[in-house]
Ligand binder design. Structure first.
Ligand code: SF4
Ligand code: SF4
Length: 180
């Protein structure tokens, strides 16, 4: 009776003797056992862990769902910037396009000239991973085209891209329509 009274008064306190013994006199505290006895603040580490795992899964799952899985493998090392004047349309920040494709960031893609890429492949040989950059950019271009039709690309960004010559001829009609 006295034991059950003390348990009621200290519901979060765990008792050494209730834990498995690993060596004589040494008890091992188990994770995920006795959770019902723990105050929620004692589980913040686990909440953080699930948050981190969730964010990592989102980073991987989004490109998979968008059919652009190769973007996951980009190190963001920026070695592809060495393409420089070998890019016929003057795109200088290829890694920005890759990262934009990974997270479906249309604004970033458009701002960095993604819609003027002609998918020549010249930048691919500068990629330390030899990622299929032209195919990755093509997927993102089509995704951006659909997003423009749904009004998901910021008009301001499209307007600036059009004025700054960052839109290739095959996308001009879509951009003009999105702006009208
Ligand atoms: S694939 Fe696109 S970004 Fe790469 S060099 Fe060709 S035009 Fe430039
Ligand atoms: S070189 Fe390749 S891995 Fe490195 S940032 Fe460019 S695309 Fe990503």
């Amino acid at each position: 009776m006295a034991d059950s009274d003390s348990q009621k008064k200290t519901p979060h306190k765990r008792d050494d003797t209730s834990q498995p013994m690993v060596l004589p006199g040494i008890h091992r505290y188990q994770f995920f056992t006795n959770l019902k006895d723990r105050g929620w603040t004692m589980n913040l580490d686990r909440v953080a862990l699930f948050g981190i795992v969730g964010a990592l899964l989102a980073t991987v799952i989004k490109p998979l769902l968008r059919l652009n899985p190769a973007t996951i493998y980009c190190y963001e090392c920026r070695a592809c910037y060495a393409t420089q004047d070998r890019c016929p349309v003057g795109i200088s920040l290829q890694a920005e396009l890759v990262v934009a494709g990974r997270v479906s960031d249309y604004d970033r893609f458009v701002r960095n000239g993604g819609l003027k890429c002609i998918r020549c492949g010249n930048c691919q040989s500068f990629c330390v991973q030899f990622l299929p950059l032209p195919q990755m950019f093509a997927v993102m271009q089509e995704e951006t085209r659909s997003a423009m039709r749904s009004g998901l690309v910021p008009r301001e960004s499209l307007g600036k891209a059009l004025d700054g010559g960052l839109v290739g001829k095959e996308f001009i009609d879509d951009v003009v329509k999105a702006l009208s």
